[in-house]
Design a protein around this ligand. Structure first.
Ligand SMILES: *[C@@H]1O[C@H](CO)[C@@H](O)[C@H](O)[C@H]1NC(C)=O
Ligand SMILES: *[C@@H]1O[C@H](CO)[C@@H](O)[C@H](O)[C@H]1NC(C)=O
Length: 165
């Protein structure tokens, strides 16, 4: 009986670590190894450190024309709406690395009450790129939930892109 209880507690803890929250489909995020179909709680969508979730930059996965408008497609993979201090999602770019200075590219998207935490919500945004070129820069999507009930309330996904003349 005691062994059985220990196993149940372990499973509950594993589940709570696996809760996941933001996935970036286009341009593809770093380490995009999610299940098919993507479930709410997929580990690939759970990156909580502000430096692109501690991922390592790779070669650019997409090259875009400077000043063009691109489609950025992502998913709120888990809804952490927090009524006392509602959060937001945003899309921004850094020309100087994961910890660099980010410039927001589109207006902030307000978080919303999905009523059910496991709700998955896709966003497809038209995002104007800057005219400044780069061999490799960081396109970042964030979900800042502000949810005081969460051990890790903020989620980050990054994609390495190039911008050419
Ligand atoms: C992220 O990196 C920091 C600094 O290297 C480290 O302290 C932290 O444990 C890492 N977090 C994860 C989730 O890997
Ligand atoms: C959201 O996007 C994912 C990934 O492309 C897709 O599998 C899913 O069907 C989409 N959901 C809706 C409601 O369109």
């Amino acid at each position: 009986m005691i062994k059985y209880i220990v196993v149940v507690i372990l499973i509950l803890q594993l589940n709570s670590f696996a809760l996941a929250h933001l996935c970036l489909f286009n341009p593809p995020q770093r380490e995009p190894f999610w299940g098919v179909p993507i479930s709410p709680g997929d580990n690939a969508c759970y990156k909580t450190n502000s430096n692109c979730g501690n991922t390592t930059a790779g070669a650019p996965v997409q090259s875009y024309k400077a000043g063009s408008t691109i489609e950025v497609f992502f998913q709120q993979n888990y809804n952490h709406w927090y009524q006392p201090n509602p959060g937001f999602l945003d899309v921004s770019i850094s020309y100087n690395g994961d910890d660099g200075e980010y410039t927001q590219l589109v207006p902030t998207i307000d978080d919303f009450n999905a009523w059910d935490m496991v709700t998955q919500t896709n966003y497809s945004l038209s995002v104007p790129l800057p005219t400044q070129t780069c061999k490799s820069c960081v396109l970042r999507v964030r979900y800042i939930s502000n949810n005081a009930g969460e051990p890790e309330p903020d989620f980050y996904q990054c994609s390495d892109i190039a911008i050419q003349e």
